[in-house]
Design a protein around this ligand. Sequence first.
Ligand SMILES: Cc1cc2nc3c(=O)[nH]c(=O)nc-3n(C[C@H](O)[C@H](O)[C@H](O)COP(=O)(O)OP(=O)(O)OC[C@H]3O[C@@H](n4cnc5c(N)ncnc54)[C@H](O)[C@@H]3O)c2cc1C
Length: 289
Amino acid sequence: MRVAIIGGGAAGMMCATTINELNPEAEVFLIEKNESLGKKVIISGGGRCNVTTGIEDLKILLKKYPRGEKFLISAMHRFSPSAVYAWFEDHGVPLKCEEDLRVFPRSDQGKDVVGAFEKIFAHHKTKVLLKHIVKGIEQKNNEFIITIKDQPPLVADQVVLALGGQAYRHTGSTGDGYTLAESLGHHTTPLAASLNSFITEEKWPRAIAGLSFIKATIIAEGSKHFSFTGAFLFTHLGISGPAVFALSSLVAFEEYSPKKPLKIFIDLIPDISPEKFVTDLKQFMQENP
Ligand SMILES: Cc1cc2nc3c(=O)[nH]c(=O)nc-3n(C[C@H](O)[C@H](O)[C@H](O)COP(=O)(O)OP(=O)(O)OC[C@H]3O[C@@H](n4cnc5c(N)ncnc54)[C@H](O)[C@@H]3O)c2cc1C
């Protein structure tokens, strides 16, 4: 069997490895347009690549995905965070779980994650085709004919589209996957940015950029009331942090733009009522004149 995986990012590399391990006889082509594999993986997690989480209870973990909870149930059960942890350690990437339960390579180097895959491909039947840009796919008589820029076409029995989305386009994911999927008859759902920070219209947050809070409730007034509580920080452009990323996912399909900005409210002390806050503050001022 000849399998062509298009896109040598996180998904493509893991897919090629899994096929190698489950079916060593399969001939696997990993086709990547960049000059190297996993460009996005290398910059992820601030260059350290946060490979999984130390949260083992899947019910608790799934609750952390504001929109993806249901979609992820099956994947999380089939390849749980502890299985991911064991997988990387078995494949030569020692890991560490930090206090906040994020898991990183012990080396703090995202490139070691990509390096582990490169080692696997060197020993298996995966042919890594770098600087190969896929331009089209045609399905004919149970075969796929893949058109590659400035190269002869490649014929495969199975094709996996792992071309990423459109975020961080400079890493290679420029949306070609959607076009290729549609050309094969698939439908794509509407797209929206998600897991992003917000640029605020107000300029004052930049004066306190870097100020962070372990727990804040961020509320957005869109077509309905959206809110999320978690870690939060002010940035030189606006607001960011896990609570903001989660909120951005909830409002992903709301209509907002610089001309029609989203109204956001921030409660920096969500566990204390305004009345109690005033009482506590007065008491503090009396005790500390
Ligand atoms: C700044 C940042 C930090 C992140 N941090 C983390 C983190 O710490 N932990 C975490 O789990 N996730 C993190 N993520 C998310 C994670 O990086 C992505 O979910 C993941 O990389 C997606 O993998 P993918 O294989 O689907 O897509 P991609 O990694 O985008 O890979 C797609 C590949 O397809 C190639 N390609 C595209 N078009 C073609 C074509 N026509 N022909 C051939 N090849 C093509 C691209 O060059 C690219 O290499 C982060 C993302 C960003 C942007």
